[in-house]
Design a protein around this ligand. Structure first.
Ligand SMILES: *Cc1c(COP(=O)(O)O)cnc(C)c1O
Length: 381
């Protein structure tokens, strides 16, 4: 631990303990040793990027049981490139014209209920987001009614942990979309466990499913698109590789990925698909229990283990100040941040109006840091 964070201190930045989870704001992810090693090896020679993307895509498609795949600069870029691909197709004039969409179908439909943080990535391609349904409910009829001659695709945010029974399901979304010849784009960035979810939405009929490799032990700057051969071929035309290799100026040029990141992404996915997930889950549960055991005697807070193994962050715990507390969650967060080293936490992301509780996740904790987090909570309370 002696040189922990030293490299950041040497340039004047303050390293922190990340008890929030996988958040881009704190660096997103740590590459696992196999990935770091593969990335190091990839660095020792050059390789034609078009060929590397093609071969990496083939490996990823094989691992996830879908027709085709493409490595991108995060799931965010996969969303942008997919949107561009749906609008411009394989028309090189259109590809060079985006984000100006004159002459193209440029409307992407999204349920009002699913309007979320990352739909900005779709607009970046020049698309116009059109919402359908209400805050409380979405029906097939709402979807049908929103389709115009400018509609190009429908976007769906897959969140298996919090399936909303009042939203239009992906099955119904695909059903209506196919009837009207619309593309279906799915943000499944965090749907990485159970592992069969990686590719599932494409097998259900979506054209492109976007996945964030930051959740899989790769650098947080990579991700990939899974899809039909047709959709992935069109997405490839939008990428920085197409820009340089084909000399067609697509909008993906600034969304570069390093060749070592592409290799790292494949190796991370390969490892993830073959990983002993029971062991991984047990470890997260044990770390969570360690923190709970340290803090459960504190009378001013209620502590509970989160009962979840789906997606990105298994287990973890919630802390809720109870009626005897003279502090709020914001106070706890501030006190943890003020210590040395700072521990970053945040208010529960899915807390409803009036609810005051925080979640602590194991994703960003190095082995042993769970003890520091538990002890520090005892100290500040
Ligand atoms: C993280 C995330 C993204 C963005 O992925 P990046 O790889 O960081 O670009 C998009 N959607 C969801 C649901 C995410 O969790």
């Amino acid at each position: 631990m002696s040189d922990w964070g030293e490299i950041y201190r040497s340039i004047g930045a303050q390293p922190v303990i990340n008890a929030i989870g996988s958040v881009t704001m704190l660096g997103g992810s740590t590459s696992v040793p196999e990935v770091k090693d593969a990335m190091d090896k990839a660095d020792s020679s050059y390789v034609p990027m078009m060929e590397l993307e093609e071969k990496a895509g083939e490996q990823i498609a094989r691992l996830t049981n879908v027709p085709a795949a493409y490595v991108t600069s995060g799931a965010g870029s996969a969303l942008t490139l997919a949107t561009a691909a749906f609008m411009a197709g394989d028309n090189d004039d259109f590809i060079e014209q985006l984000p100006n969409t004159d002459g193209m179908k440029n409307e992407i439909l999204i349920q009002r209920k699913q309007h979320y943080w990352y739909d900005r990535c779709l607009e970046l391609a020049g698309a116009t987001l059109v919402t359908f349904g209400s805050e409380s409910e979405t029906t097939k009829q709402d979807f049908e009614n929103a389709i115009t001659d400018k509609t190009c695709a429908v976007h769906y945010y897959a969140d298996e942990q919090r399936i909303d029974p009042m939203a239009l399901s992906l099955e119904d979304t695909i059903d209506v979309a196919k009837k009207h010849n619309l593309y279906v784009l799915v943000d499944a960035a965090g749907q990485i466990y159970p592992t069969e979810n990686i590719g599932k939405y494409v097998r259900m009929g979506a054209d492109i499913q976007c996945v964030a490799a930051k959740y899989l032990g790769a650098p947080h700057s990579v991700g990939f698109a899974l899809g039909t051969q047709e959709a992935i071929d069109k997405l490839a035309l939008q990428s920085f590789v197409g820009y340089e290799g084909r000399r067609i100026r697509g909008l993906g040029r600034p969304q570069k990925v390093d060749r070592s990141e592409i290799v790292g992404c494949v190796v991370a996915l390969e490892r993830w698909m073959g990983l002993n997930h029971e062991e991984r889950l047990t470890q997260a549960e044990t770390m969570t229990q360690t923190i709970i055991n340290k803090i459960k005697h504190i009378s001013t807070i209620d502590v509970a283990m989160i009962d979840n193994i789906l997606g990105v962050q298994p287990f973890g715990l919630t802390i809720t100040p109870n009626s005897t507390a003279d502090f709020t969650v914001d106070d706890i967060i501030e006190r943890l941040k003020a210590g040395d080293p700072p521990i970053w936490t945040r208010k529960a992301f899915f807390a409803k109006e009036g609810e005051d509780y925080m979640e602590i996740h194991m994703f960003g904790l190095k082995p042993g840091e769970e003890k520091i987090v538990g002890d520090r909570i005892v100290e500040v309370l």
